[in-house]
Write a protein that binds this ligand. Structure first.
Ligand SMILES: [Zn+2]
Ligand SMILES: [Zn+2]
Length: 359
């Protein structure tokens, strides 16, 4: 391969989210990596539902989801290291990397478990694209400890999908365990729900069932071959699911809809002893504990993002399974058109939306 020396510019244009459903492009200095840090040239940066929910429309996020106004948005970046700071232990210039999207303190209980998402130190916990600059700019300053090697078999778009969505889904599926014994129900077929189906299929699930109201997303799930059955939410959704599972319900269910109704469907359309995972964020869940959970011996798992080590496992599995998370990206934009990218994601008439950068 030919080595091309790339000139790193002094400044760059990055996308910020003022909180009124617009994107503001601003000029930033290209940062210089300090001790234990690298400069990553961004290659792909996908937009998350949480960006729309907590930042784009309004700055509603608090704590972990609090956005510092003026920060470069984008917490799902993937790229290549172009400059090294001193003191690196593992990564070097030229390495293709996924950025785990939260930089934690490194020494609290959750950080030591690899779950920097749940870092308990509010001073040092910083999410890329929320409390420190993220991937919606040509360069991103990263801490080495937040990086995951991107295998050669995976594209930068695959890597961006792993940085948040696929990692989150893999964690939840690992918690409930998926195998060829299982019919799997996914409520809500946005990008996270589609990712859930894609991974559940790769893990051997026997029957894949989706519930979704958006026609575009129903068609997309069918086109990608990710569902055996898909139902629109109605007053007979639970019965529809029972009808295609021998009257017994699914062994595993994952809620990606974040709606009370979707969660109830997961619980009530699942079989005795079922395992259910909650992935969609926000809203409430209304249950009748005795019939819904206790007498039917069901378990509900909460799951929030993933750990760095599980993300390393996931990229290995993606190569082994020969599947590409980037296949769920339906629309791509250059950074100059970031406003169109966010507007499309907010409209819901899309699968995953990505900002991609030229080589
Ligand atoms: Zn995300
Ligand atoms: Zn921590």
């Amino acid at each position: 391969m030919k080595n091309v020396i790339k000139i790193i510019p002094k400044s760059m244009i990055g996308a910020t989210l003022p909180g009124n459903s617009t994107v503001e492009m601003k000029e930033f200095e290209v940062p210089t990596p300090g001790f234990g840090q690298v400069l990553v040239q961004t290659k792909a940066s996908t937009i998350c539902g949480s960006d729309i929910r907590a930042i784009y429309r309004e700055h509603t996020g608090k704590g972990a989801e609090g956005y510092i106004p003026g920060m470069i948005a984008g917490h799902e970046p993937c790229g290549v290291i172009v400059k090294e700071g001193p003191g690196l232990k593992e990564f070097k210039t030229g390495d293709r990397v996924i950025v785990y999207h939260i930089s934690g303190c490194g020494v609290c209980y959750n950080c030591r478990m690899g779950y920097m998402i749940a870092c308990s130190n509010p001073t040092f916990r910083q999410a890329y694209g929320w409390q420190r600059n993220g991937g919606m700019a040509p360069y991103i300053l990263c801490d080495e400890k937040d990086l995951i090697h991107l295998p050669d078999e995976l594209t930068y778009k695959d890597g961006a999908q792993v940085a948040c969505g696929f990692g989150t889904v893999y964690e939840a599926l690992e918690k409930i365990g998926i195998c060829g014994n299982d019919a799997v129900l996914v409520t809500g077929l946005g990008p996270v729900g589609l990712a859930t189906l894609m991974l559940a299929k790769a893990m051997g699930a026997d029957k894949l069932i989706g519930v979704e109201m958006n026609d575009y997303r129903i068609d997309l799930a069918k086109k990608l071959g990710l569902v055996d059955y898909v139902f629109k939410p109605s007053d007979h959704t639970v019965q529809d699911i029972l009808d295609v599972t021998g009257g017994k319900g699914v062994e595993r269910a994952i809620d990606c809809s974040a709606s009370d109704a979707g969660r109830q469907t997961c619980v009530r359309a699942s079989k005795e002893w079922a395992k259910i995972a909650l992935v969609g964020e926000g809203n409430t869940m209304t249950l009748n504990p005795s019939p819904d959970m206790m007498h039917s011996q069901k378990t509900i798992y909460g799951s929030w993002v993933t750990s760095t080590w599980k993300m390393m496992d996931l990229v290995d599995r993606l190569v082994r399974w020969n599947i590409h998370p980037g296949d769920l990206i339906t629309d791509e934009f250059p950074i100059e058109k970031a406003d169109e990218a966010y507007a499309l994601m907010a409209s819901g008439k899309c699968g995953k939306v990505a900002v991609v950068y030229p080589d």
